[in-house]
Design a binder for this molecule. Structure first.
Ligand code: GLP
Length: 243
């Protein structure tokens, strides 16, 4: 594992954006696995700047997002599809048909999960998977469990995740309790993984995930077994780790 220790959120975002930009330049038709949450917003902003400066071309890039809330329409401003449109897709020259997010309005969970796995498979897998990390160690919405869920599945969110994400909703009752998420197998099959973490509130889980035992109770700990993981974190998020 390679670790980049950056000063703050801006430094983390700059580094993450550079690594994603390098992937796009190296392979213009790459498949990017993308994440939502507050962690990647700064990196997306820098990628948009790269496009505006003429340094980056997204015309052949294909994307597959990690997850989506069940029950939210794409135009709901709390949906992850909306987040991606707002923070990245509508601001660069990516083709809409090359972007993929699970369908939050699917009526048949099993069919939607199978469809999403088939999409990932048809793209030939993910070249670079961007990940944030939840306070309980979740990646995507793969919550702590007794085993690692392999494929795309519909998950009941834990109370800690519902509480953490309620800050983004008008009221806590509006936070969906279920989500579709890419499974651990699809994440682990990505050629390269880039996990970003910022802030003191992530220090404990960064330590557990990358320096503790590999266990499905801390889903991100499986990344220790991946051959090409880059952790980009700021000083606060790495404050409990001796490097
Ligand atoms: C959500 C998302 C994750 C994200 C996590 C952390 O639950 N499903 O993909 O990594 O939250 O979010 P943040 O970056 O806002 O801390």
């Amino acid at each position: 594992m390679q670790i980049f220790r950056e000063k703050d959120y801006e430094g983390m975002s700059r580094r993450a954006a550079s690594l994603i930009a390098a992937q796009i330049i190296l392979k213009p038709h790459c498949v990017l696995g993308l994440a939502t949450g507050s962690s990647p917003i700064g990196a997306y902003r820098r990628l948009v700047e790269g496009y505006q400066n003429g340094e980056l071309d997204f015309s052949e890039v294909r994307t597959v997002n990690l997850d989506e809330y069940k029950g939210l329409a794409p135009d709901n401003d709390q949906s992850y599809r909306y987040f991606m449109q707002d923070n990245l897709f509508s601001k660069v020259n990516i083709r809409p048909e090359n972007t993929n997010v699970p369908n939050g309005l699917a009526s048949d969970d099993a069919a939607e999960c199978a469809r999403y796995d088939a999409v990932i498979h048809s793209m030939g897998g993910v070249d670079l998977q961007l990940l944030g990390i939840g306070h309980n160690g979740h990646i995507g919405f793969n919550e702590p469990a007794s085993e690692f869920p392999k494929d795309t599945h519909c998950v009941a969110l834990t109370q800690s995740t519902i509480d953490a994400n309620s800050r983004l909703f008008a009221s806590p009752e509006l936070v969906p309790h279920y989500a579709y998420t890419m499974g651990i197998k699809s994440i682990m099959m990505a050629h390269k993984i880039l996990l970003i973490a910022s802030g003191k509130d992530k220090a404990e889980i960064v330590k557990k995930a990358f320096f503790g035992p590999v266990t499905p109770e801390v889903p991100a700990s499986i990344l220790q077994l991946h051959p090409d993981v880059v952790l980009v974190a700021d000083e606060a998020a790495l404050s409990l780790v001796e490097l």
